[in-house]
Design a protein around this ligand. Structure first.
Ligand code: BGC
Ligand code: BGC
Length: 819
């Protein structure tokens, strides 16, 4: 089938919307629309961030929406009480009501992605990956309903959830927001989650006062990017996109989802925020989605030629509401001007505003009884972190645990057991909750930030102390009596989005873990490992050393759910059985770490794997191959540039005027101006450098240490030199990458083809086998300079994150090239 515009839509089946258009409601929307000025219409299309807008300003502009970003809270007070949230919501509502002109209430959106997670004292549920493991769809609906209640209790209206991403490469930092790599499962979870948030479409509780508006995100293919790079490029044809990444959206539309968020990522090199075909021809026209298409945080600024505040392309592509936290005033002005000038058709503005008003009308906001913050119909703030919600979260924790190994009947623990509990995640609610918890990254939280929560250790201690057992933190002293078991609770530290992207899934063991393994071995004490992580990691050494191994994902505030399953009613008689099954393949191979369907070498515990007590109490898996890197934490990566040159490296620019000028401070230019280096922001402030070669002679950019370093160990570990690059203007002449072993000793590789092939204006990972340099003459025992980039042509590119990565030579993106 072909649309009027000629786009081929044949791969896209039509969707069945759960919500039908109500003629009366549509008429009301049309009436409100026709009473609005252009300024007011554009106001509806703006979503500002609470730190950058006051209630009075929101009213002045007639804003359609506000949001609080990850970790952004009223008064910047992390421990702000629910009443404070409600008060602020009320202030916005009052201001909107009393504005002169058309008074339409605004929607306050938040990332309530595993509970109302920005709010102090809220129930923190397991992240989606854990719910995926539970395979319990009805449970997910109940959790979404409870979350909606907590969100409503603070006076907010909208959550940017669920993520319906199908994560296909666990190196992606958002894997834990994905239910599964199996799109069939994602489809079912998406449906239930949305029904839980919004109420069932066509039922009397649909968008009722204790429900919130949901968002399916991030449209589309966010989980399918090349190498699992966050905000990267998904290279798939339509039929694969439809098969793998669309099911969540079909389900969401069936469930009546009212908003869909656009992905930062690209499809086949084109940014979704600029993708008219996918946003308008497909999502709106073909799939019939009649709600709001909202942009992601400054996502429009990533479109070539756009900034955060100026991007008619994004409006014309079909985005209805603009999440532009800070620069929204200028954006408002620009959209108004561009509409007056005809760059943006008025019909496009009317379509966007109609959709926004439609959603508000469905939520009862265009009725006389405006439903908003402070209203009498809101749930009591006591629902936030209530015993009922915590019990529900604990049930979810119980159901999400996956038993990978249980040798020698190490589990369940007898209720009378004496257990030594160790590991960085044992007694740390922040760590067991992961990213998007009180702060964006989930880092920087302390016990006092989680009133009412229970750590995994506390849960175990409570369960054991009730029956004469005991749990103490720390390994037993050598002369102390042997405990019945060592419980090791380790795993990942919290992260969110691109900050969690990995090169390799190899999990390095820390010192405490090695001690625990050693003590268990030396004294013959059973070792039970609970692994807390946002994704599977390669932990063969630890699995081998453990008698029992449990994947707990990111359980959230109710750590007691772990003890429910690990501690039995009596020895060998469990209280609760395991019901979780792997939602992703669990890789067991050191060489290849991608979930690459063509890679037959890959060994995994396959998706759906999960032992139970019932199926024989004891389960075992064969001894797994181990790698030396597995037990090496400190030297896992050799960082050369990480927001700045990492000591002892220093960064230099050079040209024939002076080959050695330190590149310090914000900007530097080589002596004759051939090369300029500017500090730019990618994921974090100042974390990258923009390099511009003007083509008037040779210009070089390099990292050097005063004392030569011995990199032979890295060669033997199969290391690759990796950097993230973004090529804006490809090289006009040859570009070399060099390494020196005290100049002029050295070697070079021709990277011109790789730079020419790199996608334009997009961050990609560039890596090269370190031994390429050795093969062409580098003495690895005394390296001073690595890498050096040189060209005498013109070239614009940005670089970030330069490091040596062990075991990555085989998967390097650039092969050794002759000179
Ligand atoms: C905000 C997050 C947002 C992120 C995007 C952070 O500063 O708090 O909500 O997702 O920026 O880069
Ligand atoms: C994330 C979204 C989130 C938004 C608002 C973005 O950085 O990609 O998932 O909803 O920030 O915090």
């Amino acid at each position: 089938m072909t649309s009027a515009k000629g786009a081929d839509l044949s791969s896209w089946p039509a969707a069945v919307s759960g919500v039908s258009k109500d003629p009366e409601l549509e008429a009301r929307v049309a009436a409100v629309l026709s009473s609005m000025t252009l300024d007011e219409k554009v106001g509806q299309m703006i979503q500002a961030e609470i730190q950058f807008v006051t209630p009075l300003e929101a009213a002045k502009y007639g804003l359609g929406s506000i949001l609080n970003g990850g970790g952004s809270v009223p008064g910047k007070d992390k421990r702000a009480a629910p009443a404070r949230w409600r008060e602020l919501a009320g202030e916005f509502e009052t201001a909107m009501r009393s504005r002169s002109g058309v008074a339409v209430p605004l929607l306050w959106g938040t990332d309530a992605v595993h509970g109302h997670n920005n709010v102090f004292g809220a129930t923190i549920f397991p992240h989606n990956i854990g719910l995926g493991a539970s395979r319990d769809f009805a449970l997910t609906a109940r959790i979404a309903e409870a979350t909606a209640r907590e969100v409503r209790a603070t006076g907010l209206h909208w959550t940017f959830a669920p993520t319906v991403a199908v994560a296909r490469d666990a190196r992606w930092g958002r894997t834990y927001e994905s239910y599964s790599s199996d799109y069939g499962l994602v489809r079912k979870f998406a449906f239930e989650h949305i029904v839980g948030l919004q109420g069932a479409p066509r039922s009397s509780n649909f968008l009722d006062s204790d429900r919130v508006i949901g968002t399916a995100k991030h449209f589309i293919g966010d989980g399918g990017t090349d190498l699992g790079i966050d905000q990267g490029d998904t290279k798939l044809d339509d039929s694969e996109l439809v098969r793998i990444h669309a099911p969540g959206y079909y389900a969401a539309i069936e469930a009546g989802v009212q908003t869909i968020m656009v992905s930062f990522s690209s499809v086949n090199g084109k940014k979704l925020h600029d993708h008219r075909r996918l946003l308008t021809d497909i999502l709106k026209d073909r799939l019939g989605f009649d709600g709001i298409v909202v942009s992601d945080w400054n996502g429009i600024g990533q479109i070539p030629g756009c900034t955060n505040s100026n991007c008619p392309e994004a409006v014309n592509a079909g985005i209805d509401m603009f999440m532009v936290p800070e620069d929204w005033r200028e954006l408002h002005r620009n959209i108004v001007t561009q509409t007056k000038a005809g760059t943006i058709p008025v019909a496009r503005i009317d379509d966007a505003v109609t959709r926004i008003l439609r959603v508000k009308a469905r939520y009862g906001m265009l009725d006389s009884s405006i439903r908003s913050g402070g209203g009498s119909t809101l749930p009591e703030t006591s629902v936030i972190g209530s015993p009922e919600h915590r019990a529900l979260a604990r049930e979810a924790v119980r159901k999400s645990l996956v038993l990978l190994k249980n040798a020698n009947k190490a589990l369940p623990l007898a209720p009378t057991a004496r257990v030594a509990v160790v590991g960085a995640a044992a007694n740390d609610v922040g760590r067991q909750s992961g990213g998007w918890t009180l702060t964006w990254q989930g880092s920087g939280n302390e016990p006092a930030d989680f009133p009412g929560a229970t750590s995994i250790f506390e849960g175990i201690r409570n369960a054991l102390s009730q029956h004469g057992g005991s749990a103490v933190l720390g390994l037993p002293a050598e002369d102390a009596p042997k405990p019945d078991a060592i419980l090791l609770v380790v795993g990942e530290e919290p992260y969110a989005e691109g900050e969690g992207d990995l090169e390799s899934l190899n999990y390095p063991l820390d010192a405490v873990t090695r001690d625990a393994i050693e003590t268990s071995r030396a004294r013959g004490i059973p070792l039970v490992t609970v692994f807390v992580s946002g994704r599977p990691r390669i932990v063969n050494t630890l699995i081998n050393a453990s008698d029992a191994f449990v994947a707990a994902w990111l359980p959230g505030s109710e750590g007691a759910g772990v003890a429910d399953v690990l501690v039995g009613a009596s020895k060998a008689v469990p209280k609760f059985d395991f019901q979780g099954r792997l939602p992703f393949d669990w890789p067991l191979d050191y060489l290849s770490t991608t979930k690459d369907e063509q890679n037959l070498r890959q060994r995994t515990l396959p998706i759906d794997w999960g032992l139970t007590y019932a199926s024989g109490i004891s389960g075992n898996i064969p001894v797994l191959p181990e790698s030396p890197v597995d037990t090496d934490d400190d030297n896992r990566l050799l960082r050369i540039f990480d927001r700045r040159a990492v000591a002892p490296n220093q960064m230099f620019v050079g040209d024939s005027g002076n080959w050695r000028i330190p590149a310090v401070g914000q900007d530097s230019t080589s002596s004759d101006g051939v090369l300029t280096v500017r500090t730019i922001d990618r994921l974090r402030q100042g974390d990258s450098r923009q390099l511009e070669w003007n083509g008037r002679g040779e210009g070089i950019f390099y990292f050097e240490t005063t004392t030569p370093r011995d990199l032979r160990e890295w060669i033997s570990r199969g290391a690759a030199l990796a950097l993230d690059i973004k090529v804006q203007r490809p090289p006009t002449r040859a570009v070399t990458m060099r390494a020196h072993c005290v100049y002029p000793c050295g070697a070079e590789a021709n990277i011109t083809p790789a730079l020419r092939k790199a996608p334009r204006d997009e961050w990609v990972r560039f890596s090269i086998d370190l031994s390429c340099f050795v093969k062409s003459g580098l003495d690895p025992s005394k390296v001073t300079t690595i890498p050096l980039l040189s060209t005498d042509g013109r070239l614009s590119m940005a670089i970030s994150n330069i490091r040596l990565i062990p075991n990555a030579a085989e998967t390097a993106t650039v092969s050794c090239m002759s000179r």
